[in-house]
Design a protein around this ligand. Structure first.
Ligand code: IMP
Length: 427
């Protein structure tokens, strides 16, 4: 029996996916990252220890789990080596990591261009070179990590031309200093030398796991509304965090996927620019930020906070084909006497029930709320749904009803033990 689960963020990222992935990774034989890169930041707490992962799948904390970085992931070798080093120093065995040879490489010039372009584009990117790396991939002028080891001579020729071209952009348009091609080449070759033992055909490895009936978890980064096609364009990332991305970003077909788990925070946050209808620029928003410790894992930026938006969740259920929900950080709402959920948008005298396709329209939407009573009790020690206060159970049931997806998991704190399981995702 095959058992493959895709885990996706149902909002704008930072839904607490790291914790849920870690929880499921304990049961999984294989954990796969399929998109994004060092822009992601997954925080996992294990036995009082906090791990911040950016590129490496959260499954790495379990020694028997095969961890794959799929072809859809933008790999920054410098970050990858730093992350590996940090894990090894803390006694984590990293020998089960494999990186797709097809993964696009983030080059130092991509990071530079990301920073320069965002000065005018104002997306508020993480400056990790994500957009320029994927742009080069689509434009067919990028480099894959495998290029450096399989046919290095061909790589060097193309690389030399590409650095010269990028230098023209950096020097002539932005009047900044370009890159020395030889220095970059030496650096890249040293880095790939260290990563060589990890390179593999990740598609084949995932396929074999699935065929052998092993439990495979596809770990999405960012979130549905940051998807390059289905998110709030242009305020999005440049990959496909939605469930479809799992197939393209690893090289397996959709018929191998069994379930899609959407991770949704009990309220909403977003980092960077872009529309956010339920944003609270008041004391309530500040309270959510403080209680939820809403500061970016990758950039440290304060996150924008607001009430839960069920229009967003219904949309996420549709575009990802969600079969299950994981509701996280429910405990953050413990102190609120009343809690709002957005159920539709007001836009120029109309009531919109569906998520608009245009970000400018979304920017002019005002939320229609329903109000639920809070529970005003500490729920961080609860381990069974029936032990939650009645109003907390009602809140969970309301969220399920509004998006039409049952919840498999409810999280009431960052630790592994603070997880209420309603039904199992892996056999
Ligand atoms: P980029 O992915 O660095 O190009 O940034 C594009 C947009 O996606 C910005 O608004 C970022 O703040 C946002 N973003 C990228 N990665 C994450 C993440 O892991 N969590 C939340 N937002 C993210």
């Amino acid at each position: 029996m095959m058992s493959a689960v895709v885990l996706v963020g149902a909002q704008w990222g930072d839904e607490g996916k790291g914790k849920i992935t870690d929880f499921l990774a304990e049961k999984a034989d294989c954990v796969v990252r399929y998109q994004g890169g060092s822009n992601a930041g997954h925080t996992v707490e294990v036995n009082e220890e906090v791990f911040m992962l950016h590129l490496i799948p959260s499954g790495i904390l379990y020694p028997r789990t095969l961890c794959l970085v799929g072809n859809g992931v933008a790999v920054d070798m410098e970050n990858m080596l730093e992350e590996l080093d940090g894990l090894k120093k803390r006694g984590i065995d990293t020998s089960n990591l494999r990186i797709s040879k097809r993964a696009p490489l983030v080059m130092p010039y991509h990071k530079k261009i990301d920073e320069l372009e965002d000065r005018t584009a104002n997306i508020g990117t993480t400056r990790r070179g994500i957009g320029p790396t994927y742009a080069d991939k689509i434009n067919r002028v990028g480099f894959r990590i495998g290029d450096l080891v399989d046919e290095p001579a061909a790589f060097v020729e193309r690389f030399k031309a590409q650095v010269a071209f990028k230098n023209r952009i950096i020097e002539e348009i932005y009047q900044e200093e370009g890159f020395d091609y030889r220095l970059l080449l030496d650096q890249l070759m040293d880095q790939v030398g260290l990563l060589k033992p990890y390179l593999a055909d990740a598609s084949l490895l995932v396929y074999n796991c699935i065929r052998e009936g092993k439990k495979v978890l596809f770990e999405g980064a960012q979130g549905t509304l940051l998807d390059i096609d289905h998110g709030t364009y242009p305020f999005v990332t440049s990959s496909h965090p939605t469930a479809g991305g799992a197939c393209v970003g690893t090289g397996i077909g959709p018929t191998y996927i069994n379930r899609v788990l959407g991770v949704a925070k009990a309220y909403t946050t977003r980092v960077g620019e872009g529309p956010f209808p339920t944003e609270l620029n008041d004391a309530t928003g500040e309270l959510l930020r403080q209680r939820g410790a809403e500061f970016g894992t990758t950039t440290g930026r304060p996150r924008r906070c607001g009430w839960l938006d069920a229009v967003v969740l219904r949309y996420a259920a549709r575009v990802n084909g969600l079969t299950d929900l994981a509701i996280t950080k429910l405990d953050v709402l413990d102190t609120f006497p009343r809690i709002n959920i957005c159920v539709a948008y007001h836009y120029k005298g109309q009531l919109l029930n569906e998520f608009p396709e245009n970000s400018e329209v979304l920017a002019n939407c005002n939320p229609e709320y329903i109000e639920l009573p809070g529970w005003q009790e500490d729920i961080s020690g609860v381990t069974r749904l029936e032990d939650l206060p009645e109003n907390a159970r009602r809140y969970v049931a309301k969220v399920e009803e509004l998006c039409g997806v049952p919840s498999a998991i409810v999280a009431v704190g960052p630790r592994r033990a603070q997880t209420i399981v309603q039904h199992r995702l892996f056999g």
